[in-house]
Design a protein around this ligand. Structure first.
Ligand code: CFM
Length: 474
């Protein structure tokens, strides 16, 4: 598996260790790309920071919580609302965002008073919300504000409120992945075990590493309910603060995104003896196998089988219709983290797409290993890519579509490569049987839409073919 040096990165030779091409009969052990290291100086990374990983990815999907950033206002804005983790309480967590709005004078004189006042103001402005998470930022971490002490003061003054402190400043790791780790550990240290949930079933799980992008969580929740399973908490999509304080009472942790949330599962196993079972809600095959695994654990296999049979019969013909039209289309699968291995094999097996490249912005080597093992021979795998490498890869591979984030997606659009948002989806949810068909439909619509051909035309030169039926306004 030869390493690959992009032309645009010849001036940063260390980048060569971060890309490989999957060769014939080579083992993964020969040459995995390096991963989860600090970004090489000179390479403009597409990564987020550890504050973003803690707040934007894991903290803010929690729905009944005032999410307050203790720092300059831009940190808050840039981690707000761009990812569609909806909730069933009218989307409180994405409608509002809160910040202390630190300024230069606070850096000089300290911002603890400002923090306390902002907390009191926020609880006053939102009297129906009694829970708060405070996110440390680079600015408040560097000046050493004692956020935990202020949180305790406020809890003493307002006994009905509860406050969680997330110490994950932007510099607290090479990427957002460092923040995932920090908030996982902070939550179990501070909050798990402080609330006693009501147990209503013999089969009780936490659904972990599920962020309810565009409504994934209710789809999965429905399968569990139909199996008679009580979902005690979801970490954290559409999750409620107090339910998550009661995670210690589950019989099983069902883990969806192992990249971002394996840490809390591992701690729940160590501290409370709750086993961890990794599952996958994407794709008919992996989803069916996942439900069977969960059912096997509880000895209720027949219930899983009934759901699998019913859903497959309902949705398989539609999936096959799309697969027949997507066969052989080339995909660059360029998400942030775990979706490279959640999707690589199953979009090939079930939608007949060919994965010509995988990348991960912040995945660890294990994520890359899983991703590479599941994609096609000849695929180009890139760790922590920069924008120019992405452009060069698209130029080399000529994909029919890329699945990625909105910033690299804009770059792809400029060179007329259709892109689907792998993070926030297009017309999701994409989990579950019906979601997988929606994903196939989004891919089909993106590839076959005439918009990319039309976007190349210059209407000032009257290039629009008359037979297309479009009216040119001049
Ligand atoms: Fe897990 Fe995620 Fe992802 Fe992730 Fe993410 Fe995400 Fe992603 Mo964007 S927790 S690793 S940090 S599945 S936000 S919901 S889509 S990069 S591949």
């Amino acid at each position: 598996m030869p390493h690959h040096l992009f032309k645009c990165s010849e001036c940063i030779p260390e980048r060569k260790q971060h890309a490989v091409i999957k060769g014939l009969g080579e083992t993964l052990a020969d040459a995995l790309p390096l991963g989860y290291l600090n970004t090489i100086p000179g390479s403009i990374s597409e990564r987020g920071c550890a504050y973003c990983g803690a707040k934007h990815v894991i903290g803010t999907p929690m729905k009944d919580v005032i999410h307050l950033s203790h720092g300059p206002v831009g940190c808050t804005y840039d981690t707000w609302q761009t990812k569609r983790y909806i909730s069933d309480n009218d989307n409180f967590q994405i409608k509002y965002t809160f910040a202390t709005d630190m300024k230069e004078k606070h850096i000089v004189f300290g911002a603890e008073k400002l923090l306390k006042q902002t907390m009191l103001d926020a609880f006053k402005a939102m009297p129906h919300i009694k829970r708060m998470t405070i996110y440390q930022t680079c600015a408040s971490a560097l000046i050493g504000d004692d956020i935990s002490a202020i949180a305790q003061e406020v809890m003493d003054e307002l006994p009905e409120v509860d406050v969680f402190v997330c110490n994950s400043p932007g510099f607290g790791g090479p990427s957002q992945s460092g923040g995932h780790h920090k908030i996982n550990i902070a939550w179990i240290n501070q909050k798990v075990g402080t609330f006693e949930p009501e147990i209503k079933s013999d089969y009780v799980i936490n659904y972990v590493g599920e962020y309810n992008i565009q409504g994934d969580q209710p789809i999965m929740d429905d399968y569990f309910k139909r199996m008679g399973i009580q979902v005690l908490s979801t970490f954290t999509g559409n999750g409620s603060y107090d339910d998550l304080r009661g995670m210690h009472r589950a019989h099983l942790n069902v883990l969806e995104c192992a990249r971002s949330a394996e840490y809390i599962c591992n701690e729940l196993r160590k501290r409370y003896g709750i086993p961890r079972l990794d599952i996958d809600g994407f794709g008919f095959g992996p989803l069916g196998a996942s439900l069977r695994k969960v059912a096997l654990f509880f000895g209720i296999e027949d219930r899983a089988k009934a759901i699998i049979d019913e859903e497959t019969a309902r949705w398989k013909p539609e999936l096959d219709w799309y697969a027949a039209r997507l066969e052989g289309k080339k995909v660059c699968l360029w998400p942030g983290g775990s979706k490279l291995w959640h999707w690589a094999h199953v979009i090939h097996d079930e939608m007949k797409l060919n994965v010509v490249s995988v990348y991960t912005k912040f995945g660890h080597q294990g994520d890359m290993e899983k991703g590479i093992s599941r994609c096609e021979q000849g695929a180009l795998a890139i760790d922590d890519p920069n924008e120019l490498e992405g452009l060069e890869a698209m130029d080399m591979l000529k994909p029919d579509i890329i699945f990625t984030g909105k910033r690299p997606g804009e770059v792809a659009k400029k060179i007329r490569v259709p892109y689907l948002n792998a993070h926030a989806y297009h017309n999701g949810p994409w989990k579950g049987w019906e979601g997988w068909v929606r994903f196939a439909r989004d891919i089909y619509n993106a590839i076959y839409s005439p918009i990319h051909e039309l976007a190349k035309l210059d209407i000032s030169k009257d290039e629009i073919p008359a037979d297309k039926g479009f009216v040119t306004r001049r």
